[in-house]
Design a protein around this ligand. Structure first.
Ligand SMILES: [Zn+2]
Length: 419
């Protein structure tokens, strides 16, 4: 990246491209975006902006410029597991293998692959990521890279006696993470109702709410989760028994969503997966202002071919974004592939709707603020550009989603993201 491209405070930047996508409803051929103070000030046909004096002009002929994708559920620290766990394995077996592999991996390898994962996000058009982490090892590198993100610090532990200690560890991790700077917010992620005690779910949610920090939970990912949560039986119970973490008295004896409700952990939460939520659950989610991270590639990887309540969730008006999940349960971190898989599964979803979910919808699910995930005036200039000829083989959204080549330029709050 040439030093001239680096915006200084107060500078006005003009970016022109063969096609500027404002949002899933508006595209401007031969467009120009005027950026000041990290935000989009104006978007119009390039002709209309000829007289605006910009400090920097960046011309991208033959390129499409669009709002960067927002990946709402990832675990970059698991990137080293790519290709090392068997797909379509039963969920509890997959967890067993994941734990075994993690136990013999060194921090250096974890960080190196996490950064390769973050680079892959940038190369595939991402400007923001919600990254769930237990170690925090990749945060310094992510902060330096300049991607926008929410770091969800994960806590796990089914023994309620450990809740207090785990909570204080979480508080410390969130505080330390905050000192690393970058474009990152720090939130809490009690892992799931089959791995995390009601006490720890409650206290970590309470802490997130008190700090005004984001909260995320894996919810209703598998049918086994509900069997465990209601009856304390099934493969997840066997897993906890083998780990020495099972006690019949700790079983919530309620459906997963009811557990979150009971522990005051549903309000404003980002719920990952929601593969097995009922109509009643969806009503409660809407009422609580929860959002959903839907992960098409992860579901395909696990061989989950059954129906999914996604259309009911969308119809209810719940914010939904797309997530790649991790490379322990997906083949890539490319949001365009997630959109393609989404449309394969749900024939009613249009290319523009898929693009919406991968940009503005994801930004809403992460509570990123008005106009985030778009290039409308007032939005942060989180944008990405790809060389792409539009006009043949479908409209702009179909071409973007169908493209497989790399993105060449990316900005977050108008700062260039360089790899
Ligand atoms: Zn996950």
């Amino acid at each position: 990246m040439a030093p001239m491209d680096r915006p200084l405070t107060g500078q006005t930047i003009r970016v022109t491209a063969a096609l500027v996508v404002l949002d899933s409803g508006t595209v401007v051929p031969n467009g120009s975006v005027i950026v000041h103070g990290g935000q989009v000030v104006e978007v119009d046909a390039a002709e209309a902006h000829k007289k605006i004096a910009a400090d920097i002009t960046i011309r991208l002929p033959g390129h499409v410029l669009h709002p960067g994708f927002v990946n709402v559920h990832a675990h970059l620290e698991l990137s080293y597991m790519k290709g090392r766990l068997a797909p379509k394995a039963p969920f509890a077996d997959w967890i067993r293998r994941l734990i075994a592999l993690r136990a013999k991996t060194k921090p250096g390898a974890v960080v190196r692959h996490a950064m390769l994962g973050a680079n892959r996000l940038v190369r595939t058009g991402c400007c923001a990521v919600a990254d769930v982490t237990q170690t925090g090892w990749a945060i310094p590198a992510l902060a330096a890279l300049g991607l926008r993100g929410v770091i969800f610090h994960e806590v796990i532990g089914f023994n309620p006696d450990l809740a207090r200690e785990k909570l204080s560890d979480l508080a410390q991790r969130m505080e330390e993470g905050g000192k690393l700077g970058g474009m990152l917010l720090h939130g809490a992620a009690p892992h799931a109702v089959y791995s995390t005690s009601g006490e720890l779910i409650k206290s970590s949610a309470e802490m997130a709410h008190a700090l005004g920090a984001p909260l995320s939970v894996h919810l209703a990912e598998t049918a086994e989760e509900e069997t465990f949560s209601t009856k304390g039986t099934g493969p997840l119970a066997e897993l906890l028994k083998d780990m020495g973490s099972y006690n019949r008295l700790w079983i919530p004896k309620a459906r997963p969503l009811k557990v979150l409700q009971k522990q005051d952990a549903l309000a404003g939460a980002l719920l990952a997966h929601c593969n097995h939520v009922s109509a009643e659950d969806i009503t409660a989610m809407k009422k609580a202002g929860a959002a959903v991270a839907y992960c098409p590639g992860s579901n395909q990887w696990f061989g989950r071919t059954g129906p999914h309540p996604l259309m009911s969730i969308i119809a209810k008006g719940i914010p939904v974004g797309l997530g790649t999940d991790s490379l322990a349960s997906n083949g890539d971190l490319d949001m365009r592939r997630e959109m393609r898989l989404l449309m394969e599964k749900f024939g009613d979803i249009t290319v523009a709707e898929a693009f919406y979910m991968a940009t503005e919808g994801g930004a809403k699910a992460l509570g990123m603020g008005k106009d985030a995930g778009t290039l409308r005036p007032g939005a942060p200039f989180d944008a990405t550009a790809i060389k792409l000829s539009i006009g043949r083989n479908g409209g702009p959204f179909a071409r973007i989603i169908g493209s497989k080549s790399g993105y060449v330029r990316t900005w977050v709050a108008a700062n260039p993201v360089t790899l």
